[in-house]
Ligand binder design. Structure first.
Ligand code: NDP
Length: 258
């Protein structure tokens, strides 16, 4: 999808996938620095271990403590986190999160990135729901301690019932990945028409949660649009050109066969 954007906008660039074993990450970053790359993306397991190899971090990447996009600014390599920003961009197309009540399932990397970005955008209250209490507590501490948000944590041990005043529901877990029938432990009868229901899972794009939400009259947001928007931001950071998201979406959906 990145190269589709380059072609569409006449940018003379390449986006190359490289597999780097953890023990070679420092050498790889040194090489990218030396060869003048405008930036690069990172996936697991490099999102945290790359931080000491960089010259600085963007605001949300510093709070999240993970980097998925590195941008050359002058002679410095700056780490950004575009996962949460991509989600926020998709969300703000349909609503302003300011003051809203958000139920977020999960507290892993994706959930953390989404939560921090939403907090910076002024979400009113978070209800964090996670299976492992300790990981949930770490995210709660970040939201309440660092970002001064209203947030509470629920230990997820059975089907969760949404509070009646929930505005936005987000699956930030990997439940549903590669399995369109996988069920999130949620009492779907508590979904209400008009609520926004989002899923970070992008494969398949229409998860069971999103199917249930559509059936109940909710507005839905799929993980594919989040993935496209993190790519949009990457291209914008690296080239200064705001790429056409529709072109990137089409290329990504085509590559995924959906
Ligand atoms: P992590 O491993 O960091 O976190 C996984 C989260 O899912 C944890 O909170 C974990 O809970 C929870 N979880 C997994 N299985 C279950 C289960 N059976 N019951 C309850 N909770 C469960 O993964 P990531 O955060 O990196 O990725 C999560 C998803 O987000 C993946 O599907 C990934 O593909 C997607 N993603 C999408 C992006 C996009 O652009 N659309 C970008 C990045 C990721 P616990 O803490 O209890 O283990």
């Amino acid at each position: 999808m990145v190269e589709a954007a380059f072609q569409h906008h006449g940018i003379n660039g390449r986006y190359i996938n490289m597999e780097v074993p953890p023990e070679n990450l420092a050498d790889a970053v040194k090489g990218l620095r030396a060869t003048g790359f405008r930036g690069f993306n990172l996936s697991m397991p490099h999102k945290v271990s790359v931080i000491p190899l960089l010259d600085g971090l963007g605001e949300s990447a510093a709070v999240i403590g993970a980097v998925n996009c590195v941008v050359r600014r002058g002679d410095k390599l700056i780490g950004e986190n575009t996962d949460g920003k991509g989600f926020l961009r998709s969300l703000t197309d349909i609503t302003d999160p300011k003051g809203k009540t958000v139920v977020l399932f999960g507290a892993g990397g994706a959930a953390r990135a989404v939560a921090v970005e939403l907090a910076l955008a002024g979400v009113g209250r978070f209800i964090l729901v996670n299976r492992t209490l300790e990981r949930g507590r770490q995210l709660l501490d970040t939201l309440v301690g660092k970002l001064k948000c209203h947030a509470e944590l629920v230990h997820w041990t059975s089907d969760f019932s949404l509070p009646a005043d929930t505005d936005i529901v987000i699956n930030g877990t990997s439940i549903g990945l590669y399995d369109a029938q996988a069920r999130l432990p949620l009492n779907v009868d508590t979904l209400q028409a008009g609520q926004i229901v989002a899923d970070v899972v992008f494969n398949p794009p229409v998860t069971r949660l999103l199917q249930d939400a559509t059936a109940r009259g909710c507005k839905t947001l799929d993980g594919l649009s989040m993935l496209v928007n993190q790519g949009v931001l990457g291209v914008q950071y690296w080239t200064g050109v705001l790429p056409d998201a529709a072109v990137m979406h089409k290329a990504l959906a085509g590559a995924m066969g959906c």
